[in-house]
Design a protein around this ligand. Sequence first.
Ligand code: BES
Ligand code: MN
Ligand code: ZN
Length: 503
Amino acid sequence: MIRVNTSKFPLPKHNAKCFALCVEQDATFEGSLMTMEQAFVPGLQRFMADANFIGSSGQKLVVPALTDKGILYCILVGLGTKKNGFFAIETYRRAVGTIVKEVAQVKSDTLALQLPDSKLFSVTDDYLAEQTVTIADMAYYHFDEFITDPKRKWLHDLVVTLVLDGHNEDAINKGSYEGVVIARGVNFTRHWVDMPPDHATPLDLAEKAKEIAQSHGFSITIFNEQEVNQMGMGGLSAVSRGSERDCHLVILEYKTKKPHAPTLGIVGKGITFDSGGLSIKPADSMETMKDDMSGAAAVLGALDALGSLQPEINIVAVLPLAENLPSGKAIKPGDIVTFYNGKTAEILNTDAEGRLILADALAYAVKHYTLDALVDLATLTGACSIALGHFYTALLSQHDELVKKIELASKLSGDRVWRLPLDDDFKPAIRSEYADIKNIGSKKYSAGTITAAFFLQNFVGDVPWAHLDIAGTAFDVPDISYYRSGATGVGVRLLVELAMNWK
Ligand code: BES
Ligand code: MN
Ligand code: ZN
C-alpha cells in the first residue's frame, strides 16, 4: 500500500530517499531539474547528456547521489512530445508506474514526486492527482503472501509526497483521496485473482462479498448450491456439478440517497478455477485458470471503491461463483440444461462454462430489477486475446448510447476497451438442433468472442446491455509499467468511472 501526503515545498526540500520528476522531451535544463542539481545531484545535467536522456516517452534515468543524509536517488522519466497540443495521460500513468517500480527496486519507502502541470495534459488538478495516486498504488502492488524468504517480502508501505507546483491544494487532496480509494479496489481485485484457487473458492469469495457489503452498508443475498438448484438455475448448477465445492450466487445492492436515480446492473464471471471440465484443457492452458473469476473480483473491487465514493446511481451486482472440474458427476457434452429464464441449451463443450453461469446471473438480474443498463465482465473466450491481444478489453453491445458511456469511462480511467461487432449475422452460429441454443458456435462462423456474446444475449431481455470480455486483459499483461505479472484488476477503474459519471 502507499500513503499519500501533499507538500508545497520545492522538490529537493523533502526528507525522502527518492525524488522523481517527469521531463518533457528536449526540455531546457531549468526549474526542478536545476534545483535538484543545485541541492544534491551535482552533475545531473551531464549525467542526462551522457546517458542520452532526452525525455522521450517512457525513457528513464536514475541518478544516485551521496549526500549528508545518505544515498538518495533522483529519478527522471520522459513524457515524450505533445500530440495535438497535449501530452497523453497514459504516457503520464506509465511514467508514474516506472517511477514507483524504480523506488521499489532500490528498496526505498519514501518518494517525493513532483506533480507536472495539469494543463500539459489538458486535465484538472483533481483528475491529475487521482490518476497519479491510483497508478502509484497499482504499481506498488505485490503478492508475497506465500513467500517465506524475508528477503523477498515487501516489508513496508510506501510514503508518497505529492509536491505541488502551483496546483490547487484542495483539488489535489480530493483527487488524491479518490485515487487511494480506486487503487484499493483495483488491488483488492488483483489480490483475489492472484490468490491460489484453493484459497479463493466460491465460498471464500461469497464471504469476501459479505465483508464488503457489511463495511459499506450494501444489502446482500447469498444463495447456496441447493437454493441455486431449487431456483432452476440449470447453467450454474450444471457447471458446479463436477466440483465437491458448492456454487453460490451473490447479489449486492448499493442504493444512492439521490431520489429517482437510474439503476445499473453489473454481472461478473466467477469461475474460481476452470479446468475445462470433461472437455478438459491441456496442462499449459490450465496454468492460469485461477484467473477465471477476474470478472467477479473486479465487480467486488469496484463496489468496494464505490461504497466509499457514493455514486448517484443505484447498483445491483450479481456474481455467479463456481468451480469447473471433471468428475463422475460432471456435466457431459450432449447434456441439455434449462436456465433461470426457461431457455434451454445444449452443452457441447464443458469448457464453454462461463456463458452458462452468466446466463442464469443475467436472467436473475433482469427478472428481479428494473435496470437502466446491464454490463457484464468475464474472462470468457481465449479467442478474445487472439483478436485483440492483451491491451484492450473487448466491448460487445448493440446499444450505442451505452457503448458511448463505456468508451468515455474507458478513456478517462485508462482501462482500454475496443468494440467488436455484435452483428445479427452471427446469431445462427449458436442455433442448436436439440435445444434453443448450443454453448459453442458452429466452426464456420469463427469469431468465438462474438458468438459467445450472442449466447449471453438470450438472457438479458430488452435491457440495454454490454458485454466486456476481459480474457486477454485480466492477467499477465506485458510491458505496462504499473502492472506486474499476474492480475491487473482490469475493469475496476472502468466500472468506478462509469458509475461516478453516469449521465
Ligand atoms: N476461461 C476460459 C477463457 C479464457 C481463456 C480466459 C484463456 C482466459 C485465458 C473459458 O471458459 C473457455 O475455456 N473458453 C473456451 C470456449 C470454447 C470451448 C468455445 C475457449 O476460449 O477455448
Ligand atoms: Mn472454460
Ligand atoms: Zn472459463
